[in-house]
Structures are given as structure tokens and as C-alpha cells.
Design a protein around this ligand. Structure first.
Ligand code: URP
Ligand code: ZN
Ligand code: ZN
Length: 466
């Protein structure tokens, strides 16, 4: 069946242009100058709307066991919420725990996702223990499983932490097999000292989560990761959830030297702050406990991150969607901030939150689309299947209404959370219609997709590999 998306303004990585988009089955068949398409297909009128590629969220944690509990969105609830918000592909993190066979961890993630997803999905692999077996497994995952990126942690000693020797070995392996190393760059052992000292002083409120993770320890780890990658024959490196000005400086300096270093940030670091959210009265701040943490509004982090997005020192905006309810989950840390499960849920809101950057004059339309769709698809080997409106690409398409308005609330969101980190936020735009592989799965606020329609997408090597 073919459909013509007519009268809209397509946003490509080079900017907006008027065009009609012909969808045939699951893919885009052709792009016509306005009014030039042949008659016949069913028409979706996109007059007054932006026609953008379905967004790609390259950092989610559905059902992640973490902090003594598990992230509250399943692949069913989380991908449905993502779809409603204009995200048509996620890349979730499969986990190998320390001592576990990597392939078993991957199989467990396939079992969680299969038959439950509303949109297409891929996996990165978290390596919880770098040793001879897991290094060998990296080759197999790249070669036959479509997993071409691996996350390592310089934080969370005793949970996911890898030491510098392990990191170097994994980077050397990635340099050989073409994989991308994704790094959680915070100095975990030093943070643990600060956490212990804070608790001994009786500092137990959520804000101390942020105060014990100073930006210097993010910058130091970012710099160390960059130098380790340099030693590993310039292994490509992608810093996840970058939150702080000093960490961004490290990335920028490396990129200015021509190094293959990339970074993402997340909406929470672009808008929210240590004082206003993490420092909310009582235990309220627990809603915003995540790592890396929210940063001080008295420093220039948010302005620097927006600038980094414009200059491409930050290439991607992902959510790091890792939702926990207040009840029974965040509450585990009442009286001890270090026991609050780390994570914020935003998978439904990233397209809107970044569009607000366009409204506020901080991002161009083209850069909006690049950072939420095109670059993540390219960075993680899904392009041109995903991330672009072009003939031959999957017909993952969002009609975005710049004259609409979105008000975010726990009363109306679809994520499985008992609160919203974005309660009351107003966006000057609205997701109108969402197509996933040619099928309209959301329109005018009505969801029409179904669990199980989403397919696993094996990924190629990154487009940014040299
Ligand atoms: O707070 C966070 N970011 N939770 C998810 C795990 C991670 O480190 O990405
Ligand atoms: Zn992380
Ligand atoms: Zn994460």
C-alpha cells in the first residue's frame, strides 16, 4: 500500500525544503517537488507541519536491574511511550554482569524485548567484566549479532566498574574489530570516598548525590578515557551522558586535535539543575538523581552544552532513559542518597524538549533533526535505513506541528512512572503523526500501534569510523 505525505516541509540534515514524500510499504519510495507526485496513493496532509525522520534514541535502559530494583519501563511500556513522542527506534543496553557469559546477557535482553516492542530496536552491550572471554565475545557480537558498540564504566565500583587496564584491553579489541567504545566517564573510586565522607557528616539528602560527583571527576575520567583511547591506536570513543563544562572542554580539545572522540548529552543536562531539581525540598530531589548528575545553575554548563550541540562537539542527544517510580524505588534511598536508584525517564519527551531549543533560538531545525535522528543513526550503524527522509530508507516519519503545544505531566504521559521529571513543562510544538516502517502508529494523540510490531535491527559499524 502506498501513501503520499503531502504539503509538508521536510527537514533534512541540510535544512528545510518543501516536498511530498511517497511511502510504499515499509520504505520511502520517492521524494517529489510539491505537487509533482502522481495521483493514486492515499494522502496524509502535512500542511503546516514539519516532516522529520523518526527519532533514534541511542541510550535507553528498559527493565535494567539497578540499585536494588529494576527500571520501571518494560520494553512494552517504554517503546509505546517512545513512539507516542516521535521516537521510532531505540538502542537499549544489554548487560553482561561480572562473571556472566556475554552471550547469555545478550540472550536475556533479546528475551525481554522480543514480541514486546512497538518500535524497532537495537542493542549496545554493557561489559561488566573485561577478561579474555568477554574480549573474544566482542568479536562475535560485532561479527554476527549486529552489536557494534560496547559500554564501559569508570564509575560504580563493584557493579559495572572496569579499571584502566581492562578499559585499555577493550579499546584495543575495538580498534581491531571496528566497534565503538561508549564510556561512562566518572571517577568511581574517588566518588565513593566523597560519598562515604558525606554520609559520615550526616549529609543524606538527594542533593548530596550531585555534590559528591563534582564536575572535576567527570572531566578527569573523560580526559583519561580520551588518553587511553589514544594509547589504543586511536580507538573511536563516545562519551555518554556528558553533563559538565569541564568534561566538554576535554572532548572539544581532543576533537580540535583531530581525534576520533564523540559525545552525547541528554535533555536533563540542557534544562535541569542541581539547585532547582536535585535540591528540591525533602526527598523530592530523588526524582532527579541520575549519573552523571545535574549541574549547578550558577555555572555555565547548560549554555556550554547548547553551544556544544551547535558546534558538533556534542553530536547526539539521547535520553539515558532509566525510569524509577518514587514509591518503592527511589524511596529505597530515604535517609541515604547513595541508595537512590540512579536514573530519569524521558524517552517520550526528547523530540519535544529538543524542539524547544529551536523555539528558543538555540538550535536550527536541521541541527534538531541531526542530533535526535540522523547522527545517532550514523553513529551506531543504522544509517541510511534510519535517521533520514530519503528514497530507500525505512518510512519512519514524524509529522511535527510547530503551532501545537505540549504540556508534560504524569497525568498524561505514557511511561510507567508515578511522577514526571518534567512536570508542568510547556513545549511550543507537538508531535502530530508517527509512522513506523510505513504504518501510522500515532495520530492526533491516538495511539494505533501494537506491542510486537517492532523489529530487532542488527547494526553495522559506525559511519564515523576511520
Ligand atoms: O543515572 C543513570 N544514568 N542511570 C542509568 C545507568 C547509566 O549509567 O547510564
Ligand atoms: Zn552511564
Ligand atoms: Zn545510561
Amino acid at each position: 500500500m502506498s501513501t503520499l505525505i503531502k504539503n509538508g516541509t521536510v527537514i533534512g540534515p541540510t535544512g528545510p525544503y518543501a516536498a511530498d514524500v511517497l511511502v510504499d510499504g515499509e520504505t520511502i519510495a520517492a521524494i517529489f517537488a510539491p505537487g509533482q507526485a502522481p495521483d493514486g496513493p492515499e494522502v496524509i496532509d502535512a500542511g503546516g507541519k514539519y516532516v522529520i525522520p523518526g527519532a533514534v534514541d541511542a541510550h535507553t535502559h528498559m527493565e535494567l536491574p539497578f540499585g536494588g530494583t529494576a527500571a520501571s519501563d518494560t520494553f512494552d511500556t517504554g517503546t509505546r511511550a517512545a513512539a507516542i513522542g516521535g521516537t521510532t527506534t531505540i538502542i537499549d543496553f544489554a548487560v553482561q554482569r561480572y562473571g556472566e557469559v556475554v552471550q547469555d546477557g545478550l540472550a536475556a535482553w533479546h528475551a525481554k524485548a522480543a514480541g514486546n516492542c512497538h518500535i524497532d530496536y537495537g542493542f549496545h552491550m554493557i561489559l561488566g567484566g573485561v577478561d579474555d572471554d568477554s574480549l573474544k565475545a566482542m568479536d562475535q557480537l560485532v561479527g554476527t549479532e549486529g552489536i557494534t558498540s560496547f559500554k564501559l564504566f569508570m564509575a560504580y565500583p563493584g557493579v559495572f566498574y572496569s579499571d584502566d587496564g581492562q578499559i585499555l584491553r577493550a579499546m584495543q579489541k575495538a580498534r581491531d574489530n571496528g566497534a565503538l567504545i561508549m564510556m561512562h566517564a566518572e571517577n568511581g573510586p574517588a566518588i565513593d570516598v566523597l560519598v562515604k565522607q558525606a554520609l559520615e557528616r550526616g549529609e543524606t539528602d538527594p542533593i548530596h548525590h550531585g555534590l559528591t560527583r563534582p564536575q572535576e571527576l567527570e572531566a578527569e575520567a573523560t580526559s583519561r578515557a580520551i588518553w587511553l583511547a589514544s594509547v589504543a591506536a586511536d580507538c573511536p570513543l563516545y562519551i555518554v551522558h556528558l553533563s559538565a563544562s569541564k568534561a566538554l572542554e576535554q572532548v572539544k580539545a581532543a576533537r580540535d586535535l583531530g581525534r576520533n572522540v564523540f559525545a552525547e548529552t541528554c535533555p536533563q543536562y540542557l534544562y535541569l539543575t542541581l539547585e532547582d531539581q536535585l535540591g528540591a525540598p525533602g526527598f523530592e530531589g530523588a526524582k532527579w538523581v541520575c549519573s552523571t548528575p545535574l549541574r549547578s545553575k550558577h555555572e555555565s554548563h547548560r549554555a556550554d552544552l547548547w553551544q556544544g550541540l551547535r558546534t558538533n562537539d556534542l553530536s547526539v542527544v539521547s535520553t539515558d532513559h532509566c525510569p524509577f517510580c518514587m514509591k518503592d524505588q527511589k524511596e529505597l534511598g530515604v535517609g541515604d542518597f547513595s541508595k537512590i536508584p540512579n536514573g530519569i525517564g524521558s524517552v517520550e519527551h526528547r523530540v519535544d524538549l529538543l524542539y524547544q531549543g529551536v523555539v528558543d533560538g538555540k538550535l536550527s531545525l536541521a541541527r534538531w533533526v541531526e542530533t535526535i535522528a540522523t547522527t545517532p543513526a550514523r553513529m551506531f550503524g543504522m544509517y541510511p535505513k534510519k535517521g533520514i527522509i530519503a528514497p530507500g530508507s525505512d518510512a519512519d516519519i514524524v509529522l511535527y506541528d510547530p503551532n501545537g503545544r505540549t504540556r508534560i505531566s504524569v497525568e498524561t504521559h505514557h511511561m510507567n512512572m508515578d511522577h514526571s521529571a518534567w512536570e508542568g513543562w510547556e513545549i511550543g510544538g507537538k508531535v502530530d503523526t508517527v509512522l513506523s516502517r510505513g504504518e501510522v502508529i500515532a495520530s492526533g494523540g491516538e495511539y494505533t500501534g501494537r506491542a510486537g510490531r517492532g523489529k530487532y535491527v542488527p547494526r553495522s559499524l559506525s559511519d564515523y569510523l576511520v
